[in-house]
Design a protein around this ligand. Structure first.
Ligand code: SAH
Length: 368
């Protein structure tokens, strides 16, 4: 934690507002469910303890009104760390020859689900690199197996970009939800983070396709990724306002030592919390996770995330033998604990801030 330098928001492209004006913009965000981009950029660049407190209290009240004191849990199964992409920020990028690659078999995944169900999980999230071994046919087989064994559970996929037909096959096989962070809604910033063969247009098209097919869809971005400014973040908020996803996942960027961004500063805790609150205020119905990356940069990251307006946590169900190999960034939290320990620890943490774990699918509650 302490070894990384932290980065403050680059305020060059938007100037700080007086606190009173910031509060008025937060009220306006609540009423209008969005702000013009320059106003949003200024509000983000004005991140300070007073505005974080104001936005945090409002966000928490909004979340409580909609979702009560219940926090949804999802069991994360990191089933492959092979990846054909070379995103500059990610520790399992193709170009990282030092990554120790692994792939769980269908039987391994089924064993994770079995343990997860015993522990009260009713959503399984299959996350992985873009692994060509997991063809559409193999994914369909895996989804069908889980669907047949756990008809009452939700199945979430987080396996990157595929063509519309593939997403349709996954949907028909029984998957209900899909997480695909857009990473940044700004074209030039997208180019800073990704090699030439990947495009923001394709990623956004994937998100549109997923929504049209009927998936409960999550997008999202890293906070404090290299080159990110308040203007880019305002672009993210505008994109989210248009897409109206069911979920938005955000967490601090944390450098990985074997990537081109090894020496970049990590994203800040305070900015991540502030943005969680602003997201809750902009879209009250959102499923908003307090992410593992947030837990990684602060020992009480998840609790602080909940206090800022988050209502979902996604602990790890992957076998402990592979946990440390799914290494997107350095120092990842909770790689040593068995799933059962994670579950207990999580419950205590959630209760320590006055909330409780909901055993159930934890579906999106619909629009207001
Ligand atoms: N291959 C899948 C899953 C990616 S991993 C996909 O393309 O969607 C899930 C998320 O982890 C990514 O979308 C990214 O936002 C985040 N991530 C990757 N590297 C990170 C880093 N160094 N710091 C923080 N988050 C990171």
């Amino acid at each position: 934690m302490g070894q990384y330098q932290e980065k403050d928001m680059d305020v060059l492209e938007a100037s700080r507002l007086p606190v009173g004006e910031g509060r008025r913009l937060i009220d306006r965000l609540e009423q209008e469910r969005g702000l013009p981009k320059p106003k949003m950029a200024a509000l983000i660049a004005s991140n300070c303890s007073e505005l974080r407190e104001y936005a945090g209290a409002k966000a928490r009240a909004i979340a409580d009104a909609r979702y009560g004191k219940g926090i949804f849990i999802r069991g994360l199964i990191e089933f492959t760390n092979y990846c054909k992409n070379d995103c500059y920020y990610c520790g399992i990028r193709r170009g990282n020859a030092k990554a120790k690659r692994y792939r769980l078999s269908v039987e391994d995944v089924m064993a994770c689900c079995k343990e997860g169900e015993r522990l009260g999980f009713r959503t399984f999230v299959l996350q992985g690199g873009e692994d060509p071994y997991y063809t559409d046919g193999r994914m369909v087989e895996l989804i069908r197996r889980i669907r047949a064994a756990y008809p009452e559970c939700a199945i979430t996929l987080s396996i990157g970009e595929r063509e519309r037909e593939s997403y349709e096959r996954f949907w028909e096989a029984g998957a209900d939800r899909y997480l695909l962070r857009h990473e940044t809604a700004d074209e030039s910033h997208y180019r800073v983070l990704h090699p030439y063969n990947l495009s923001l247009a394709h990623r956004m098209q994937c998100l549109k396709n997923l929504k049209e097919i009927g998936f409960q869809t999550g997008c999202g971005f890293m906070v404090g990724s290299p080159g990110q400014t308040a203007r880019h973040l305002a672009e993210d908020f505008a994109f989210i306002g248009q897409l109206r996803p069911e979920m938005v996942g955000i967490g601090p960027f944390i450098p990985h030592h074997d990537t081109p961004f090894a020496n970049e500063a990590r994203g800040s805790l305070e900015l991540t919390l502030y943005l969680l609150s602003l997201l809750r205020i902009q879209q009250p119905d959102l499923l908003l996770p307090a992410t593992t990356a947030l837990a990684t940069i602060h020992p009480r990251g998840r609790e602080l995330g909940i206090e800022a307006g988050a209502n979902v946590v996604m602990p790890n169900l992957s076998p402990t033998g592979v946990r440390d190999k799914y290494s997107l960034y350095d120092g990842k939290a909770c790689t040593g604990d068995e799933a059962a320990e994670c579950r207990n620890c999580l419950e205590r943490r959630i209760e320590s801030v006055g909330y409780h774990v909901v055993v159930g699918r934890g579906d999106h509650r619909g629009r207001i």
